[in-house]
Each structure stands twice: as structure tokens, then as C-alpha cells.
Design a protein around this ligand. Structure first.
Ligand code: FA5
Ligand code: MG
Length: 459
């Protein structure tokens, strides 16, 4: 048994992710077995999976313009805090760095929270491309975030990162403009030509939101460069959006007749990311609401310098797009858990290169259970049980058998000053009916674990 104990201590000090062993640290490690199980799935590489089909569609569309993008789709999910945050200029106290939002393996390694973690590396990789005037890359990968549980949130989702840089040139004499500006102008034309071929017309809101102190231009770029780079960036993203929604709208017209508008409203809004300036987000008006698709901006020179580019040598842009929610919309997938299902009734419905509407194979009823508890008296602050930690406990016990978890009540007792909170858990399987006994057993485990970890008093 001494050996056993030694073995289990050693084991607990390491985790294995995709065949590599990583040292853990009991103070910071919060990556769980249920998350580690998802690290090798690579849904974005499956050519007959909605996420893979969508990735392929976007890559092809962007490269149909001028074949400029080199693709990187095989990066391992474990990255360093340097890659995920520091290299991109995240301040030390940025909330994204906290253990409540991010899955850490140890102090310096984590599961990437966005594909931007590989930007620096890719800028290095494309630096010496043969065509020095312009180089570009696309990255697709699984990303990990601790978050709530519901139909549109899952701790793993997929992003595509895109970026391009142009090499700057000097004007050969005072009267002519630098050659790279002509190159960017020409590149914009190429994207516009593709955009004009799409049958769905995009209406863009005021494209000229003035840059402000909050969303400044970088000093090393001229006004004209900012204008041209942002035009190229915005038209490229609009091309992605029109490709995706074009496909969707055409199939809707085919199925449901001609009353579907062939117009798509999109808007650009100012945003902030530490490694781009200025920055924007694009939103699409879809079925009565604005849907956030993508963040982007002009790359900050700091990042380019870190990647080994010479000062003022290059200008460029980057974007990061979430694939899962677009895939859900495109394929009419009602619950994000389905993307992870290995049920053949799901997987056989999709095939390479085609956008089809998912046909639900069955609906299994859910069972609601409430968990209500008093927080320990000495620390009445609700944040001592961080909501994401509670989600993790439930996810670890019930896995994909939980559809959603919602805070339904929270109050402080007027006399004792103690705080009570209540969460409602919907247990529901996508593949089968759950028995009452099964649900009760899961619920009991959730309750005991909460008591064990947080010393709460169940009500
Ligand atoms: C980022 O992750 C930035 N790295 C994007 C970026 C790249 C900006 C390059 C500038 C330059 P954000 O956290 O907003 O930003 O996520 C980007 C997109 O991912 C969102 O627009 C959304 O489409 C998708 N996304 C974000 N969170 C989730 C989630 N929990 N589930 C599904 N999709 C999500
Ligand atoms: Mg965002």
C-alpha cells in the first residue's frame, strides 16, 4: 500500500494530454479529466463534421481571392501563459488570466483560451515567405474556457484566426505614393470582386465610425494605411460572412419558398483587444437579434517586433472567429452538446462540403432539480463559490447529461445575515431517456461534492 500511495501521489502530480505528460501544481491546476478527454477530438479537422465543414468552407473562400493564406490546423492545445497572454500584451491583472476563467495545468502552462495564442509563432513562420509583399495565415483549433452551462456554451469550442501583413515600402520620390499602398488597394479590389459575385447582398452600417481615444490608430501607421488596411480586413470578413449566410439563405429559399430576404444586415462596432489597434467586432442581424461573430483589428507593432520584424517594416491585420455558433446556425443544431455527440444518428447526417439542416432524431424530456444552500457563515460573500467552479463540479459529475444550469434564487436572511443561493439544473440526455433514479444519483453526488468542497449547508 505504501507503493500504491506513492504511485497515486506521483500520478496526481502529472497530467497527460495528447500523449505528453505535464507537471501539475495543487495550488493552480484546475484542468479536469472530463476536459482532458476532449483535447484530442479535433472536430475542426473532421471533414464530415459541421465544425470541420465550416472551417473548410471559410479557408476555401478566403483563398479563392488570391491564395495568400497558409493554414496551420494542428497546434497542440497546451500553450504557455507567455503565448496566450504576455506576447499579446495582456495586462498582468486581466480577468481572462484568472483561474476562474481559464484551465491551468501549472503556473506557466494552460489550455489556450483563443487561437491568438499562436499568432506570434505564425508571424515568425511566415516572415520569410517567398512573396515578401504580402503574407498571410489561418489557424484553426480547439480553445478552452471555464464558463456557464447552457445550449450555446461548452467548455471547448473552436476558433479560426486569420492574419495578414504587407511589407512597407518608401516612396521613391516625393510625388509618388509608396508601392505597398498600391498593392493593398489592389488586394482590396480582389476581395471586392469576390464579394460582388455573391448573390446575397450585405448592407453594412456606417463603416466610418471615427477612431477615438478608446480605439486609437497606431502612431507608426499613416491615416491612409489605417484606412486601406481596415478596408481590406473588413471586406475579407464580410466575404466570409456572405459566403456562410449565402449558403444558408439559398438553402432556406430552396426549402421554404421565396419570401426569405436576400439581404443581410451587418454592423461594425468598436472593440478593444490588447494586441490590435484600432479594433472592431462584426455583428450580423439574424432571426431578430445581433449575433457577434468575430473580433479583429490592425496588429500592434509590438507583436510584430516580438516576432522578429524590423521596426516599421510591416503593417497588417488579424481576426478571430468562433466556429461553433456559426456551425450551429448553419446546420440548425439546437444544442451545442450535439457537436460532441458520437451518436450515429448525428454524425451520419453530415457530409464533406455540404450544408444541410440537422433533423432532430428524438427529443428526450429533461428533469429539473434544484440545489439550494446556505453559504458558510464566516464568509458570506457569494464569490467564495465562483459560479464557474460550481459549473465545473456539475460538469465533472454529470458530463453531457446536463443541459443547463441557472441561478434561480439568491437572498440574504434579514436576521442572520446568511446568504442562500439556489441553482436549477436541467438533466437531459440527447440520446436517451434518463430514469429518475439516475438523475437522483447524479443530483446527490453534486450536493455531496458541494458540501465537501465548500462546506455549504444544503437547504
Ligand atoms: C477572442 O478570442 C480574440 N482572440 C479574437 C481576436 C483575434 C481579436 C485577433 C483580434 C485579433 P472573443 O473572446 O471575443 O475574442 O472571441 C472571438 C469569437 O469567438 C467571438 O466573437 C465568438 O464568435 C466566439 N466565442 C467567444 N466565446 C465563445 C463561447 N463561449 N462559445 C462559443 N463561441 C465563442
Ligand atoms: Mg467578444
Amino acid at each position: 500500500t505504501g507503493f500504491r500511495r506513492l504511485y497515486s501521489t506521483l500520478k496526481a502530480q502529472h497530467v497527460e494530454i495528447n500523449g505528453t505528460s505535464y507537471k501539475t501544481n495543487s495550488k493552480i491546476t484546475n484542468v479536469t479529466d472530463s476536459i482532458i478527454k476532449l483535447t484530442g477530438k479535433s472536430l475542426h479537422l473532421k471533414e464530415s463534421h459541421p465544425v470541420g465543414i465550416l472551417r473548410d468552407l471559410i479557408e476555401k473562400k478566403l483563398n479563392s481571392v488570391d491564395n495568400a493564406f497558409k493554414t496551420f490546423n494542428n497546434f497542440e492545445p497546451v500553450v504557455t501563459t507567455m503565448e496566450n497572454f504576455d506576447s499579446l500584451g495582456f495586462p498582468k491583472d486581466h480577468p481572462g488570466r484568472s483561474t476562474s476563467d481559464t484551465y491551468y495545468i501549472n503556473e506557466t502552462q494552460l489550455l489556450r483560451t483563443h487561437t491568438s495564442a499562436h499568432e506570434l509563432e505564425c508571424f515568425q513562420k511566415i516572415k520569410n515567405n517567398a512573396d515578401n509583399n504580402r503574407s498571410a495565415f489561418l489557424i484553426s483549433a480547439d480553445v478552452y474556457r471555464r464558463d456557464e452551462i447552457d445550449k450555446t456554451h461548452y467548455p471547448v469550442f473552436h476558433q479560426m484566426e486569420g492574419a495578414t501583413v504587407w511589407k512597407r515600402t518608401k516612396a521613391s520620390d516625393g510625388s509618388r505614393e509608396p508601392a505597398h499602398l498600391a498593392k493593398i488597394r489592389n488586394d482590396i479590389k480582389l476581395v471586392e470582386n469576390q464579394l460582388n459575385k455573391e448573390n446575397v447582398k450585405i448592407t453594412v452600417n456606417d463603416d466610418t465610425i471615427p477612431l477615438s481615444e478608446d480605439n486609437p490608430k497606431q502612431e507608426y501607421m499613416s491615416d491612409l494605411e489605417v484606412d486601406l488596411c481596415s478596408q481590406h480586413l473588413k471586406r475579407s470578413i464580410e466575404l466570409i460572412v456572405s459566403e456562410v449566410f449565402n449558403k444558408k439563405i439559398s438553402s432556406m429559399i430552396e426549402n421554404k419558398g421565396n419570401d426569405i430576404p436576400k439581404n443581410l444586415k451587418v454592423r461594425w462596432i468598436n472593440a478593444y483587444f490588447p494586441w490590435t489597434a484600432p479594433s472592431w467586432e462584426i455583428e450580423v442581424w439574424w432571426q431578430g437579434e445581433w449575433l457577434e461573430l468575430c473580433g479583429c483589428g490592425l496588429i500592434r507593432q509590438d507583436v510584430l517586433l516580438k516576432a522578429g520584424y524590423r521596426p516599421s517594416e510591416t503593417v497588417g491585420w488579424a481576426f478571430g472567429l468562433g466556429l461553433d455558433r456559426i456551425a450551429m446556425l448553419l446546420f440548425e443544431i439546437p444544442d451545442i452538446r450535439l457537436l460532441w455527440s458520437s451518436d450515429e444518428r448525428f454524425s451520419t447526417q453530415f457530409s464533406k462540403g455540404s450544408i444541410t439542416s440537422f433533423k432532430p432524431y428524438s427529443k428526450h424530456p429533461g428533469s429539473f432539480r434544484d440545489v439550494a444552500f446556505w453559504l458558510p457563515k464566516d464568509k458570506p460573500d457569494v464569490h467564495q463559490v465562483h459560479e464557474n467552479d460550481l459549473m465545473e463540479i456539475i460538469r465533472n459529475i454529470a458530463g453531457d447529461l446536463v443541459e443547463s444550469v441557472k441561478l434561480v434564487d439568491s437572498f440574504t436572511h434579514p436576521k442572520t445575515g446568511r446568504k442562500s443561493i439556489c441553482y436549477r439544473i436541467n438533466y437531459q440526455s440527447m440520446d436517451r431517456n434518463l430514469t429518475n433514479a439516475e438523475v437522483n444519483a447524479l443530483q446527490n453526488m453534486v450536493c455531496s461534492k458541494l458540501v465537501e468542497e465548500y462546506n455549504v449547508e444544503l437547504r
